[in-house]
Write a protein of this length. Structure first.
Length: 251
C-alpha cells in the first residue's frame, strides 16, 4: 500500500489516461464478468462521470472459452487455460497488465467468426425504463434485461418479463408450466413451440439501489430437459408443503 501511495497516480488521472488510450468506439475484452463493473464502481466512488456507452456490451473471453472449448457453464482460471492451450508463460499471473496480455493470447486461439456475435452485457447500470430494456438473440439462446421494479413480485407481473417467446421464430409460445422460484433469486419456466419444440426459461433477480431488475434467458431443450424442469417444479412444491406443515405444527 505504501508503495502504491508513493509510486501510483490518482485514480482520476489514471482513468483519464486510460480513456484517452482507448480511443474512439473501444471494444472491451475481459476475463470474467466483474472487471467493468468494479471499474464503474470506482468511477462512481470518485465522483467521475461514467464515460461508458449504455448499454455496455463487451466480450468475456473466459465465457467464450467455456462456450467453445468446455461445456458452456464451467469457468476455468486464466492460468489453467494458458496451460491447456500450451501457450508460453512469459509473465507472472494475477497482475492486471499481464493478465490482459494472457487474455489476448487466449482470444487469438478462438476463431473470430464463432465468437464475434457473442457479446456480454454489463449490469452495473440496469435499464431505467421500458425504452432502455435490452433484448439479445444468440445462436443458442436469447437474453432480456428488464427495467427496474420496486419488487420481484411486481416485476414478475410485467408482461415483458413473464412472457415466453421462441427466439428462433419470434412466436409467442404456449406456457406449459408457470414460472416458479427455487430460492427467490431464480425463476424457472417451460414452454413449447410448435415449430422448434421445448423451451426452458430462467429469470435471475438482480438488486440495484433498493429495487430489482430481471435477466431472462430462453433456451431450446429436449424432452429430457423438459422432464427435469417439471421434476424441479414438483420438488419445490413438496418443499413448500413441508415448510407449511412444519410451520403449522410450531404454531
Amino acid at each position: 500500500m505504501k508503495q502504491l501511495e508513493a509510486e501510483g497516480i490518482p485514480f482520476l488521472d489514471a482513468m483519464e489516461r486510460f480513456w484517452k488510450w482507448c480511443g474512439k468506439d473501444p471494444v472491451f475484452f475481459t476475463w470474467g464478468d466483474m472487471d467493468l463493473t468494479e471499474l464503474q464502481r470506482n468511477i462512481a466512488y470518485f465522483g467521475m462521470e461514467n464515460p461508458f456507452a449504455f448499454p455496455l456490451f463487451y466480450y468475456d473471453v473466459q465465457k467464450l472459452y467455456s462456450l467453445y472449448c468446455l461445456d458452456g457453464h464451467a469457468r476455468a482460471s486464466l492460468e489453467s487455460v494458458i496451460e491447456t492451450l500450451a501457450l508460453p508463460k512469459k509473465w507472472p499471473f494475477h497482475r492486471a497488465v499481464y493478465d490482459a496480455a494472457y487474455t489476448g493470447c487466449v482470444l487469438s486461439q478462438l476463431e473470430k467468426q464463432s465468437w464475434q456475435s457473442m457479446v456480454s452485457v454489463d449490469y452495473y447500470r440496469p435499464p431505467k425504463n421500458a425504452q432502455e430494456e435490452i433484448y439479445l438473440v444468440f445462436e443458442r439462446y436469447s437474453k432480456f434485461v428488464s427495467q427496474l421494479y420496486p419488487s420481484r413480485e411486481e416485476a414478475m407481473e410485467a408482461r415483458n418479463v413473464s412472457s415466453m417467446v421462441c427466439y428462433k421464430c419470434g412466436r409467442n409460445v404456449t406456457r406449459r408450466m408457470n414460472w416458479f422460484s427455487d430460492n427467490n433469486r431464480k425463476y424457472f419456466g417451460l414452454a413449447y413451440c410448435p415449430r422448434h419444440g421445448w423451451l426452458k426459461g430462467k429469470i435471475r433477480v438482480k438488486h440495484c439501489d433498493g429495487q430489482v431488475f430481471m435477466i431472462k434467458t430462453m433456451k431450446l431443450t429436449d424432452a429430457e430437459g423438459a422432464r427435469k424442469i417439471k421434476a424441479k417444479s414438483e420438488l419445490m412444491k413438496k418443499r413448500r408443503m413441508e415448510k407449511a406443515a412444519e410451520k403449522g405444527l410450531r404454531s
